[in-house]
Design a protein around this ligand. Structure first.
Ligand SMILES: [Zn+2]
Length: 375
């Protein structure tokens, strides 16, 4: 028996016992090439075992021991069975597809797949765009929220300001109403004062029966009710003061005479060319109407001034008429003359003349008041 090189099993690496009697007599080039390839396999271990076994024509081409080849066959049988099952499954599925989708062609499906892929891309782009928009809208929302918070704070502040202002308005309104009431009251008082003749108030002239009086001082005389000179002097002082005020009020001056009020020692002053010439007293002493009294000169000038005043008043108002005209040193009542001087006079007539003179003064007061410019 010729000596042959020993081989080992490709699987278990055990020594193989080869029987070359089964080998074909002529060895072709291809067989030699196969042997060399096996040798290469044995050295390199990089070839596919299944390929080796499938391509092998002799046991030496793919040296595998009987045990390993049996195990290999079993394993391959199992794989074949598995593949058969898969084939059956695929066939079933293909039948199912053919039944359910008989018209569906691959190209159409590919087109649909492409369309769906394109649509997916478009939708993804849209999604990205929408996400970007959402982010932007979120930012805008945050900004608007902050603005709204700021605005609400401003609003609260403005409301507080409005409340304060409203309160101020109400306060001002109340104050205005109070001031208006005060003004109306003052206006009423003012009207009352306008309607009041202040001279009437300051110089109260009253004639009771035959006896007249001014500011409580009687100006007259009778034996039943004797009046002393002190009272007559005070009454004449009041008359002089009133005459002076009336002349001052309408702004007239006699060219020679001027009344000088000095209380119970009043008099009439005579001036010529700027020089004081004489004074005529309107006060006396002793018993009235008993001889020389000393006031007759003053009384004459007083009546002269009163007549002058009456004339001035009549010049200003033609309708004004003195109640009792003055004629020299007498006053006329119903065409009866009543002398105002004491000399050669009776108590009754002198008292009457004084009452008439006081009535004229009172009328002059009213006329002066009427001449005031309306307010
Ligand atoms: Zn083996």
């Amino acid at each position: 028996m010729e000596q042959k090189p020993s081989s080992i099993c490709l699987m278990c690496q055990n020594q193989l016992r080869l029987d070359f009697s089964q080998r074909r007599p002529e060895s072709t080039d291809s067989e030699r090439k196969g042997e060399s390839a096996i040798t290469e396999v044995l050295t390199g271990h990089s070839r596919n075992l299944m390929k080796l076994i499938s391509d092998a024509q002799f046991p030496s081409d793919a040296p595998v021991c009987n045990e390993c080849s049996d195990a290999l066959v079993k394993e391959m049988d199992v794989q074949v069975a598995t593949l058969d099952d898969e084939i059956k499954t695929y066939k079933t599925y293909i039948d199912f597809l053919k039944e359910n989708h008989p018209t569906t062609s691959i190209s159409e499906l590919k087109t649909r797949l492409k369309n769906v892929t394109d649509e997916e891309q478009q939708l993804e782009q849209q999604l990205r765009r929408l996400l970007a928009e959402e982010e932007q809208i979120d930012q805008e929302l945050q900004q608007k929220r902050r603005a709204a918070e700021t605005s609400s704070a401003d609003t609260a502040q403005l409301w507080m300001k409005y409340r304060d202002n409203l309160k101020q308005v109400y306060d001002d309104h109340d104050e205005l109403a109070a001031l208006e009431a005060e003004r109306q009251y003052a206006e009423v008082q003012h009207r009352k004062l306008i309607d009041t003749n202040v001279l009437d108030l300051c110089f109260h002239i009253w004639v009771d029966g035959n006896m007249g009086e001014i500011n409580g001082f009687r100006l007259g005389y009778s034996k039943e009710a004797p009046v002393e000179y002190t009272e007559i002097n005070a009454a004449l002082g009041q008359c002089v003061l009133l005459l002076e005020i009336l002349m001052e009020r309408i702004g007239v001056h006699h060219h020679q005479l001027s009344p000088v009020a000095m209380g119970s020692h009043s008099f009439i002053k005579l001036r010529r060319n700027g020089n004081d010439i004489d004074t005529f007293p309107l006060y006396g002493q002793g018993t009235p109407l008993s001889g020389s009294s000393g006031i007759d000169g003053g009384m004459r000038r007083f009546l002269q001034l009163l007549e002058f005043l009456m004339k001035e008043l009549k010049d200003r108002n033609k309708n004004f008429k003195p109640p009792y005209p003055i004629l020299g040193e007498a006053l006329i009542d119903s065409n009866v003359k009543y002398n105002a001087v004491m000399v050669l006079n009776t108590e009754v007539r002198w008292t009457r003349a004084m009452a008439l003179m006081l009535t004229d003064l009172k009328a002059a007061c009213a006329q002066c008041d009427a001449l005031r410019a309306p307010i």
